[in-house]
Write a protein that binds this ligand. Sequence first.
Ligand code: RBF
Length: 347
Amino acid sequence: MNRNVWRTLPVLLFVALTTWATGTSETATGSQYRIGVFVPGVVDGSPTYEMMVSGVQQAADEAGSTDVAIVEGGFNQATWEEGVMSMAASGEYDLIVTSNPSMPEITASVAEAVPEVRFLVLDGYLEGHDRIHTILFNQQEQAFLSGYFAGLVTSSSMERANAAGRVGLLAGQEYPIMNDVILPGFRLGLQSVVADGQVDFRVLGNWYDAGKAQEIASDMITQGSDVILTIAGGGNQGTIAAARERNAYVLWYDDSGYDQAPGIVVGSSFVRQDRAAYQATLAAIQGTLAFGDAEILGVSDGAVSFDTEHPAFVDNVPAGIVSEMKDLLDRMRSGELTLEMPVPGGR
Ligand code: RBF
């Protein structure tokens, strides 16, 4: 019997090694982790999308053996679901990464039809789907930071400020987080400084038309706004052009925007979507991302903040305003001032 074992062992070993070798060679070609990034719009000019792409790319570079394809879905929102569906159905991706508050619903519907693919949705919220992980930022805090700063600027003796107590918000389009969180958060921040301050809220109607954005922003300035928060993707350049021409200030949102127009962009709140995309993508590649989870990240996580360090901020804003913004951030970081992010869809 012993002899039999020794006789069969080489055969077993051979079979095991062959299987192992075949398995290995299969993994060698199939071991690439394949990521498709679906951009609902275009990358260029949209801070959240630029951060998504750079974070995913960084994670892939670091992990190795990972392919990344970027697919721009364009501005026709009616085609996005079809776009994500064809990516998912192609079988070419293990993970699809995307960003914006309308994408959780779209990815959930695609996930029902295509069972193999997993999704990472940034700047969106959906809890409990076993193949979808979402990461939302506390935009209540972010908008409050921007509004508070707008209040400090509009009530200051800065060169382009006036006494009207009126500031602007230009949005690409209306959607629940814009109307129910960003606008009220911005207004609350403003009125924490200027009790009777008013927000002139305008909607561009798309995320690209800088010419139309310039006309709208120019009209806002005529109506008394001396500071305009611009959240309009490629349209933001029109807001900057109007402010440059008509002597007003611009507040940037989502990433640090001072370099866009130093001295005109005087304040910038931001979210660390680049870091969130990097960390979550790396975890997905390594197999440790908790699908089904919906994260909400805020100031106390270091994921939402206001850039008080950039030279164009410190150089163009009175020292008193710089320190008031730093104090506000300290109060929010320590938990002395909390602003809860309402969960989309309610809970
Ligand atoms: N923000 C952009 O910067 N560029 C876009 O093309 C863009 N498209 C959006 C489309 C939809 C349907 C929604 C709901 C939001 C979009 N946003 C876009 C806004 C973005 O997701 C985010 O809410 C804002 O940047 C504020 O953080």
